[in-house]
Design a binder for this molecule. Sequence first.
Ligand code: SF4
Ligand code: SF4
Length: 267
Amino acid sequence: MSSICDSCHAGCCRTYRLVITIFDFLDLVTAVGMEKAVQGTCFEAMPFNENYLVNNHGIHPFVFDDEDKKGSMYSLSLKRDESTLFPNTLKCTFLSEEKKAEPNINADLPEHDKHPGSTTDARCSVYENRPIMCRTYPIGFNSQIFSSQLRRREDLPLAAQHDAYKICPKSQLELSDFALNTPAALMKKNNDLMLNDMRNQAHNQSVLKWNSQPERLTAKIIPFILSVGNNLIGAHKPNKPPIIETATPRLDSAATALKAKSTASKV
Ligand code: SF4
Ligand code: SF4
């Protein structure tokens, strides 16, 4: 059954910060191996927030004691790199993109001819093992009231800067847009949502454990993540643990930097 995503250029994989859990990282290791999983992820700096040391909301960031990492917290995230189809914009590093030979306009979508999804093919290269947030978007699960909801999504201000940052080619979304109009499809999606919630909580418990130990050094984070995975599945044991970079810039500052670079190269 077709989905509105087939008529899109994967705007969500370009627009948002892509924070993942320890378990999503382990899924990536399964999908592409340790080296590529490490290359495709990073720790994005965010302001220090003590709430993350005590509560269980959101996806918790890590604290590191390395001299150059003190004073911030770090979210385990998918890396973003520059799009080749939309220069000066960012996309998830695992997103493959191609220009369509001919525009393919979905007549059921209003103004689809103005949406980049009509001219762009985009594909997740780790689709079977993609992070759970990618499986569930744009549906959210509220464990307090045990309910899931399709959230109407608005373009972020970034979309005004570049078409690449437009999201779904329809503002008023319905379950049928995502082929979720059968009981079986809905049940599968609800299972993903509940699994997502459980994994977020398990991630948060693990990060609380990391953050409350001495010597929280980046050199020790991969063995720590693997030990969390090994307690569940007894797998990944590399000889020499690699180090995840802390390089990916924030989207807004990166877009500005890329724009500046492009302007400079024209001078
Ligand atoms: S992992 Fe796949 S689905 Fe998730 S943001 Fe990247 S390209 Fe998109
Ligand atoms: S932005 Fe919306 S339509 Fe496009 S790929 Fe993401 S969820 Fe699907």
